[in-house]
Design a protein around this ligand. Structure first.
Ligand code: ADP
Ligand code: MG
Length: 578
């Protein structure tokens, strides 16, 4: 008879608590930046006005967060590293109205479970403080110390007891980059708080407390970025959206520059992203996306923050309403923004001609590597004048974007930007392998400011950039001077290209970087879509394109040419050969 008391047949067993703890910890703390985020959130919840973060080895060796917040009593300090211990909520009803960043009471427990942790804290009531040490979640020492009001949490050797997790961490620079990005967003959400980030001996962020988001953006990114943005501020009952977004027709080539915050919490969210892009639809130069720092303030009961282990996502009670709030906010500020009306005609589309006329100094068509002889005879004579038929033969331009070409037995539609990009890419590759980038020096150095993240990237890739002719000198803080650049660009363009490069090479491995640089240079100096081209330019471009071996896809992998064969045309027009 089967026993209900358990037998050898049973397969399920309760995990030992240490193992369960490690598994739970892995959910909350994925990598060094997750620990940085949780610790900084705790400091913010404690009302700190100064938060200092120190990292070593990208946070793998050490993460230390020191704040001047409320601090903890000795009893609270010892309890704080236990799972499900929190001072922020006490009833299920509280979960419906969260106004702090933390609430689950598991961050410190999770970090403690997978590191060596030391908390030093004092709530300022007794003049003395307490130091609690633990290893792998087990308390190892408690002692009284002298400590000012506030808290310091030191995390050493994260994942020392989870070797698999440790192995999958990325390079120091890459892990550091994630922390820099997080702290940048925290600094944006809390302009009144001083943030300092130090890596090894290098200070990466040092933001003084300021009175507004505008000033914080200025501190972090400099005036250039601020000038590209328009202010957004819109209220609807208890809800509000404020922040900054691209000033049309400016924009970014990817969606990586869209930061959203809900009740000061940085979040990823599809609805907000869709609303933002919808709000800008038709107002940006083709293929560009809006840049944005958007803050939503919603009544806490309309946001569920308890849906993601790392609290990186939220759920809205009424997402339709939130979508429209964003949309209306963008619309309202677009109408208010002066720059907007003058840049557009009634259609909201800017004409290609206007673009060209405004361009500071259009790059020479062949990208500065102009051939001495110019186009050969064949391409100077227009087809109608020549006796024999030569292929490929340019028939004309369509929509100021495509070149229509007659091949021997096919019709070709060539994307002018992608084609030029490919041609330049091949050319640059040649120059690059010969290591003779023609460099020029501007009369006045071009100054620019970089965000902490970009400044870091610049330092990392300095050699690579110099090989491509970009000479950049630090001017103190995160201000830099561009003192040399490839002669295919004007000064302003060179700066823009350098900024684009810093974005592009961020994610690529060392081997790919060279190619990425060349592709970016090619993309930046190529003719754009919506740009009228003269007959000579089209002829020259097509001729050059036919010379390169890989003429079907551009360096970014997008197609260049569509072919429509004679057979297809015959068939479509029901003309059969007699
Ligand atoms: P949660 O933030 O979800 O409450 P944590 O594990 O992050 O959970 O922290 C547990 C508790 O420890 C917090 O509720 C808070 O009372 C206390 N605490 C943690 N960090 C700090 C700090 N920097 N200053 C003051 N109190 C802190
Ligand atoms: Mg917390």
């Amino acid at each position: 008879m089967a026993s209900i008391m358990g037998s050898e047949m049973d397969k399920i067993r309760r995990l030992p608590p240490e193992l369960a703890e490690k598994i739970a910890a892995g959910e909350v703390i994925e990598r060094p930046f997750s620990a940085v985020k949780e610790l900084v959130e705790n400091s913010l919840d404690a009302g700190a006005t100064e938060i200092r973060v120190e990292l070593q080895a990208g946070g793998k060796r050490l993460i230390k967060v020191v704040d001047n917040g409320s601090g903890m009593s000795p009893g609270d300090a010892r309890l704080s590293i236990e799972r499900h211990s929190t001072s922020k909520i006490s009833t299920a009803a509280d979960l419906e109205r969260i106004s702090t960043l933390g609430f689950r009471g598991e961050a410190l427990a999770s970090i403690a479970a997978v590191s060596e942790l030391v908390i030093r804290t004092s709530d300022g009531s007794s003049g003395a403080g307490i130091e609690v040490s633990s290893k792998g979640g087990v308390e190892t020492e408690v002692k009284e110390i002298a400590f000012p009001r506030g808290t310091s949490v030191e995390v050493r050797d994260l994942f020392f007891n989870l070797p698999a997790r440790r192995k999958f961490l990325r390079s120091e620079q890459s892990e550091l980059g994630l922390s820099v990005r997080y702290l940048t967003s925290a600094a944006l959400a809390f302009p009144e708080v001083r943030f300092v980030l130090v890596h090894g001996r290098k200070e990466i962020i040092n933001c003084l407390p300021v009175g507004s988001l505008r000033e914080r953006i200025f501190e972090l990114f400099g005036n250039d970025v601020l000038e590209r943005l328009m202010e957004i501020d819109f209220r609807d009952g208890e809800s509000r959206i404020f922040g900054f977004g691209s000033r049309p027709p400016e924009g970014k080539t990817d969606k990586a520059h869209q930061l959203f915050f809900v009740n000061r919490r940085p979040v990823r969210d599809r609805i907000l992203q869709a609303a933002l892009n919808q709000g800008y639809h038709g107002f940006l130069t083709k293929d560009l996306f809006p840049e944005a720092f958007l803050f939503l303030i919603l009544p806490p009961e309309e946001v569920d923050v308890n849906v993601h282990p790392a609290k990186a996502e939220v759920r809205f009670g009424d997402s339709q309403r939130v979508f429209h709030l964003v949309l209306k906010g963008i619309e309202a500020s677009r109408l208010k923004d002066r720059g907007f009306d003058s840049a557009y005609g009634s259609s909201g589309e800017r004409s290609g001609a206007a673009r060209v006329a405004e361009a500071p100094s259009p790059p020479t068509f062949s990208g500065g590597v102009r051939s001495e002889t110019g186009p050969p005879e064949l391409f100077r004579t227009y087809p109608e004048e020549s006796k024999e038929e030569h292929y490929p033969r340019v028939l004309g331009q369509f929509l100021n974007t495509y070149i229509i070409v007659a091949g021997e037995d096919e019709l070709l539609i060539v994307d002018q930007h992608n084609a030029h990009e490919r041609v330049l890419f091949e050319k640059y590759r040649e120059i690059d392998s010969a290591k003779k980038w023609p460099e020029q020096t501007p009369l006045i150095p071009v100054l620019f400011d970089l965000s902490p993240e970009k400044a870091l990237r610049l330092e990392e890739n300095r050699a690579l950039l110099e090989e491509s002719g970009f000479r950049v000198d630090p001017m103190g803080g995160r201000t830099y001077a561009l003192n040399g650049f490839p002669d295919i660009f004007g000064a302003e363009e060179a700066k823009e290209t350098l900024l684009a490069l810093l974005e592009e090479i961020g994610e690529s491995g060392a081997g790919e970087k060279r190619e990425r640089v060349l592709a970016t240079l090619a993309c930046r100096s190529a003719v754009k879509a919506n740009e009228p081209l003269s007959r000579e330019k089209m002829d020259f471009l097509v001729q050059e394109l036919w010379r390169v071996s890989n003429r079907l896809v551009c360096p970014h992998g997008r197609p260049i040419v569509i072919r429509i064969g004679k057979n297809e045309i015959d068939k479509g027009l029901k003309r059969t050969r007699s």
